[in-house]
Design a protein around this ligand. Sequence first.
Ligand SMILES: [Mg+2]
Length: 224
Amino acid sequence: MEIKSLNLPWHEIDTVLLDMDGTLLDLHFDWHFWMTYLPGIYAKENNLTLAEANEFLHTKIHSQTGTLNWYCLDYWTEQLALPVAALKQDLKHLIKPHPGVMEFLQWLKAEKKHVIMVTNAHRDSLSIKLEMTEIGDYFDEIISAHDYQKPKENIQIWKDIQTDIPYNPAKTLLLDDNLTALTTAQEFGIKHCIAATFVSDKMDKIDPKQFPYIENLTELLPAK
Ligand SMILES: [Mg+2]
């Protein structure tokens, strides 16, 4: 099988920013948790039918799209009166990296690139994913947007990160399945903004719009 390559100018790239959920890890875990598992628990706890719980939760979750609350386990724990972080443990067997992820991370390490995770995930959500996978070993820095009280949808975060961890946007690559995050990063000046379109074998691929994109992270490696 021929592997396609984006043929990135790797000699011009010294820093790699990577999203986590959907980009490195199967999004089915998160999707199934929020869309199926949590409504079931909420229905039982509140004597609602599953349909009622679904409607309530989906509307409530949707209302917070693109905000930091959407990703904040403390917010949902309080709003729903459920131990959200603890409940995530029940499904942790579903957490897994996409094919090609470990190979790509190993290559970045061998090439001595500065590798930074930038995730909107809450620290509690992050820790269960680092516990269940080996990906954490390959990062020089791991940033949760919650540390900056703003999501990647806010352009200011790229500047705030740079203040703490100096990087040159002109020599930086960002890989993300969140098109709004890619857009703010591009506006900030991050030169190589690439969409990760394969988020799960159980979900539709992301439409990358105007962004260059990959389905498997090995497509980022230099052509052999
Ligand atoms: Mg993501």
